[in-house]
Write a protein that binds this ligand. Sequence first.
Ligand code: PMP
Length: 432
Amino acid sequence: RSAALLERQERRESNARTYPRRLPIAIAEASGPWVRDLDGNVFIDFLSGAGVLSLGHNHPALVDAVTRQLASLTHGLDFPTPAKDAFVEAQLSMLPPSMRDRTKVHLCGPTGANAVDAAVKLCKTATGRGDIVAFQGAFHGSSHAAMALTGLVAQKQPVPGGMPGVHFFPYSYCSRCPLALTPETCETNCVAFLERALRDGNGGVPRPAAVVLELVQGEGGVIPARPAFVTRVRELTRELGVPLVVDEVQTGCGRTGTWFAFEQYGIEPDVVVASKALSGIGTPVAMIFYDRRLDVWAPGAHTGTFRGNQLAFAAGTEAVRLVRDEDVLGNVRARAAQIEDRLAELKNFPHVREVRGLGMMWGVELAGPEDGRPAAGLARAVQSHALRHGLIVELGGREDCVVRMLPPLNTTADVVDAACGILLDAVEAAEA
Ligand code: PMP
C-alpha cells in the first residue's frame, strides 16, 4: 500500500521531493518516536520531521493545547492575542537572564527560511550595509535569500544569478581541513581568514551587515563549531560592530541540550533565528530574537500573512512548560551521553571517519578507509539497511556521506539503545 501511494505521488508531484526517494514509505500514523507506514510496519523515527517534533509525534499535552485553541481562534495576523502573548512570554523566559531585557522578537513565519531572510533584512536595514558573511557548508533554507547564504554548493549550482554581496568563509570542519590542520594544531585559523578579509582595505570584504553562523551545521553534516572558533567570531564581530546572527532553526529549542546552542558556547548573539521545534508538534512558526538596538523597522516594513498561527502559539507555550517541568534538557544530556557511548564502537569500523554530535544531533561520517574520500553510496546503504530494520535516519553533509540522527528530545533510554543497535548493524552490513 505504501508503494501504491508512492507511485501516485511520483506521477503527480514535483520531481524536487526528497524524503520518499531514500525512505520509500507512506506514513499512516505516528506517536512519540514511532511511525507506522500504510502496510503496518513500525519504525523508530530519528528524523523527527527534520528536527521539528522535539517531543515526538502527537504529544498528548500538545494535541490538547492545539485542540483547545482550535475552538477559539486559529489565525490572528499580528494582532495581540492571549495565545501569542503567552507564547512570546514563554520564549523570552527561555533566554539567558542577561539577554531577556534587551531582546525583542519578530514573528516572521512560517518557515525557517523566512526567519533567516528577516534576520538578514533587519541587519541590512539597521546597519545601512549590504554585504553578508556566511560559512562554507552552512544551510539556511531554500528561499532565494536563504539559499544565497547557504554554503552547500550542490544546492545552488543549478540556479543562475544569486544574491550579490554574500561572502563565504571557512567553517571549523577540522576533520576535513584543507590545510590538514587538526583541532590540536589549529583552534582559530578559519577565523584568521575572515579577520584578514574584514580588516584588509585592499580587496578584502567590505564591512558586512551581518555574519550568519550555524553553531552546529546540521544539513552540512552535523558539525559542531569548535568553541574557540565561535569565541573568536564573536570577539571579531563585536569589535568591528557587525551584528552576529546565529541560525538556531535546527539547534534551537533544546536540541543540543541547552535551550539554544549559543548558551553552551558562552556567547550572546545579536540575532537568533528560530523555527522548526518552536511549537513542538509541527504547527509552523518562525521568529527572530534581536537586540533592541536593531529595532529599526518602521510599521509595515516587514509584513506577512502567516505570522499569527495561534495553534502554533498554544502548542509552543505548552512545549516550553513540558521542557521545564519534565526536565527534557536533562534527558537530552543523558541520552547524548548514551548515544556517544554506544556509537563509540563505530570508531573501529574502517569506513567510519568521524562520529560527531551535540545533544540530540548526531552524525556518522563515512569515507574510504585509504583515500578518505566521502562515501555517499555507503551512507545510502546504511540508511536503507536501517530503514529495513525499523529505523528512520537522514543523510547530510557537503558530500552526502553523513548519516544523521535527530531523535525526539524526550526519547527513552530503551529506544535510543534499540536505534543505536540498528545503526551499528547497518554500518556493519553496509561495509561487508
Ligand atoms: N536553517 C537551518 C539551520 C535549517 O536546518 C533549516 C532547515 N533544515 C533552515 C534554516 C530552513 O528552514 P525551513 O526548511 O523551515 O525553511
